[in-house]
Design a protein around this ligand. Structure first.
Ligand code: PLP
Length: 491
């Protein structure tokens, strides 16, 4: 394995090109794509965990005038592989810790290939019975695994950004409905105001959802948080108390802060939210909600079942390929009111039948239920529990190794799978050293980690969430980070 060399990806691309040429007669085009993708995944962990090409280099590779005439499909796919592979990031690798990226597990990918090949437009159950049925059953499994009300409604969306959007759309509709206002019909002009309460360290996509819904990013009450990013419960309770009793309130809590993995104190948050007669509590649990699946970690999310809606991702901890997220809403009527699409040419559903498009913003849509169904069936409830527990243990292992090195500070409590690390003094000098260490780690490419500003200091962020990760990956990555830090420190 030559992690530092960096150019070996090119010769592997040539190998793929040969495979396309030689295999042209015997393999259908999508089978060749599958062989190529399999080779890519098999080589991935022996390559630097970063792209070889920058965006600019990739642009140069792709740049050409609009094609006037067509090209043979085999050649198109071969060219796509050749041009893309050097610019792909090792997001499916077992030592990739950037952002919060699941592994796109092979079973989910296989189900998704079938989904694409079957070409189902999964908006309507009578048009695509199997797609709708797989989604309905996968939804029930999700509720069971996450320990949420069995009769809650579930929308299969593109990711947690949209899951937050849908949950908050249902919230907006219901709190206004209770005040006699029909926001779905009459919009927001002239509507009673809604007070939105969230934590200072809420994820940026919650603000995006508020923006899309006309609730505004700035018209919010931000509750102070502790050093881990969790809301201070007394401050949340006060914000609820400050809302007029006859007003509309949407409160947004978080399960799994993006940098620290911290959970808002959910039991107290739910308790305080319930003291207001017209408060809807939504929880953003993009990855943190999956703590509920692990016997060891579930206690972090106790109380969460008392909320009104929840948002999470399949393409994070369930390891489905992109794109896949879930909105879960206790009040199915509010969910459907916010999202239902009706037209005379669309078959109507009868009592007890579920149309996927009634829970999401799109009509035409990919059959996301297949990959979700396949991943839950493959891992099983026990397998999901084992994976979440293992990732949390591996995060702790990396944190402990790093904390043993002089000059490295683990900034968070590592309760889940996120690690926030600072290098050098707690000052601007340390911020600079942290950025340099991140750069040095990325350059070698044994593992990949990004950076972020956290409570005024630069940190290296590590998110342990790749299905295939082992103890050896954890040790190798921690050592690579320590080596990078020592080089930066000595320079
Ligand atoms: C807490 C939280 N909420 C929401 C999101 C957005 O999810 P997605 O990128 O799947 O839309 C993320 C993404 O990392 C997240 O960590």
């Amino acid at each position: 394995m030559d992690l530092a060399g960096g150019r070996e990806g090119i010769s592997q691309v040539n190998f793929v090109a040969n495979m396309f040429e030689n295999g042209q007669e015997i393999l259908p085009i999508w089978a060749k794509a599958a062989v190529s993708a399999t080779g890519y995944r098999e080589r991935l962990n022996d390559q630097p965990q970063r792209p070889i090409h920058t965006y600019r280099e990739s642009l140069q590779v792709f740049e050409e005038a609009t094609p006037k005439t067509g090209t043979d499909g085999h050649d198109v796919i071969e060219e796509l592989v050749r041009k893309s592979e050097p610019g792909l990031h090792a997001m499916t690798g077992s030592r990739f810790f950037g952002w919060v990226i699941g592994n796109s597990h092979e079973v989910g990918v296989a189900a998704d290939w079938l989904t694409a090949a079957w070409g189902q437009n999964a908006g309507n159950h009578s048009a695509t019975p199997a797609a709708a049925a797989a989604e309905t059953i996968a939804a029930l499994w999700l509720l069971d695994i996450l320990g949420l009300p069995a009769d809650a409604s579930v929308g299969f969306v593109t990711g947690c950004t949209m899951a937050n959007f849908v949950g908050l759309a249902a919230a907006r509709g219901e709190v206004l409905h209770r005040l006699g206002w029909d926001v779905e019909g009459d919009g927001l002009f002239g509507a009673p105001p809604i007070k939105v309460i969230l934590g200072e360290d809420a994820h940026s996509t919650v603000f995006s959802a508020l923006q899309y819904l006309g609730l505004g990013q700035n018209r919010v009450v931000k509750v102070p948080t502790d050093g881990q990013g969790a809301m201070i419960p007394e401050a949340f309770a006060q914000a609820i108390k400050d809302a007029q009793s006859d007003s509309a309130v949407i409160a947004i809590a978080q399960a799994g802060q993006i940098n620290t993995g911290a959970f808002d104190p959910l039991i107290k948050i739910v308790e305080a939210a319930k003291t207001h007669s017209n408060c809807w509590l939504h929880v953003d649990g993009a990855f943190g909600l999956w703590a509920r699946a692990s016997h060891e970690r579930a206690e972090l999310a106790v109380g969460i079942e008392g909320a009104d809606s929840w948002a999470t991702d399949g393409h994070k901890w369930l390891q489905t390929p992109y794109d896949c997220g879930y909105t879960i809403v206790r009040n199915g009527d509010a969910h459907r009111r916010a999202m239902t699409i009706a037209a005379s040419y669309l078959p109507s559903n009868t009592e007890g039948e579920r149309d996927p498009s009634h829970y999401v913003p799109e009509l035409s849509r990919r059959a996301r239920g297949f990959a979700t169904w396949a991943m839950i069936k493959h891992l099983g409830q026990d397998g999901i529990a084992e994976m979440v527990t293992r990732h949390c243990r591996l995060a702790r292992l990396i944190a402990d190794i790093l904390a043993g090195e002089d000059g490295i500070t683990v900034m968070n409590q590592v309760v889940l799978n996120q690690i926030a690390v600072h290098f050098g003094p707690m000052s601007e000098e340390g911020d600079g050293l942290t950025k340099q260490t991140i750069e040095a780690v990325q350059k070698v490419g044994t593992c990949f980690a990004g950076g972020a500003l956290w409570k005024g200091r630069w940190i290296m962020r590590l998110s342990v969430i790749s299905f295939s990760m082992t103890d050896e990956d954890a040790r190798q990555s921690a050592q690579a980070i320590i080596q990078a830090w020592r080089r930066v420190r000595m320079a």
